[in-house]
Write a protein of this length. Structure first.
Length: 246
């Protein structure tokens, strides 16, 4: 996302130009700082449209950070530099609460089964762990035997699978996240895959500070093959709700 503006944003009575691209940048940066500071204020929609709320948010940020309360931001000034001071999650990890939730969502299967929610009915075991593409084979059944996998071993595999999703979110997201937001994104990435997450509109919106727009994008990922399974829609809604509990 942009971390500077070309002109000025804020109170038009103070001569602020409020050009669309600059307003959009400031809206995103204000949101980023809300999340970074762990504030519960309502996040701004990043749309580039100037409103009195932008002036109010700029003034509030300046006050909170002991900056001159001009209600105006200019390119390269102390306020925009303070707004641009942030980084991504880097080394966050999911909570045990998310692991427990995923175990309930995925369901436990001790022996290999065909995942009906994938187009090729991939062979799966434990808590949704993909063994390989395509249905279960006789060699799968022989390998895992009649008793299959224990719950403890299945949870270990789930956590290893989640680590790839965690690394993807840490690497692809360049704005601060709360723990709930990170957990929701890791859950989504675990389900749709790192490549899909990396190329998603959700990630693009998030990295420009549009947390509200990113939240709505969870509901885009409700398709499995040519169908929209009700369980997948429920899962996305719950991930969205978790994300919004910033």
């Amino acid at each position: 996302m942009n971390r500077d503006i070309g002109h000025s944003v804020g109170d038009p009575r103070q001569g602020a130009a409020n050009r669309t691209g600059d307003v959009e940048t400031v809206q995103g940066l204000l949101n980023v700082q809300m999340v970074k500071d762990r504030r519960s204020d309502r996040l701004t929609t990043v749309n580039g449209r100037f409103s009195p709320e932008v002036v109010e948010a700029v003034g509030e940020f300046q006050k909170r950070h002991s900056l001159a309360q001009t209600a105006v931001i200019k390119g390269g000034d102390l306020t925009i530099r303070a707004l641009a001071n942030f980084g991504g999650p880097r080394s966050m990890r999911v909570t045990g609460n998310l692991v427990t939730w995923l175990e309930a969502i995925e369901g436990f299967n001790a022996t290999p089964y065909d995942d009906a929610h994938t187009p090729t009915k991939n062979a799966t075991i434990g808590y949704g762990h993909k063994l390989h593409s395509g249905p279960v084979t006789e060699s799968d059944r022989e390998k895992w035997g009649p008793n299959g996998i224990s719950r403890a071993d299945a949870e270990g595999i789930l956590r290893r699978d989640l680590s790839r999703a965690e690394d993807t979110v840490n690497g692809e997201v360049h704005v601060p996240l709360t723990q709930n937001q990170f957990d929701a994104l890791a859950s989504l990435t675990f389900n749709i895959g790192p490549d899909a997450f990396g190329g998603s509109t959700l990630l693009r919106l998030l990295n420009r500070g549009d947390y509200a727009g990113a939240a709505e994008q969870f509901l885009v990922w409700t398709r499995s093959g040519s169908t929209h399974p009700p369980g997948l829609t429920t899962r996305r809604r719950e991930e969205k709700e978790r994300f919004e509990r910033h």
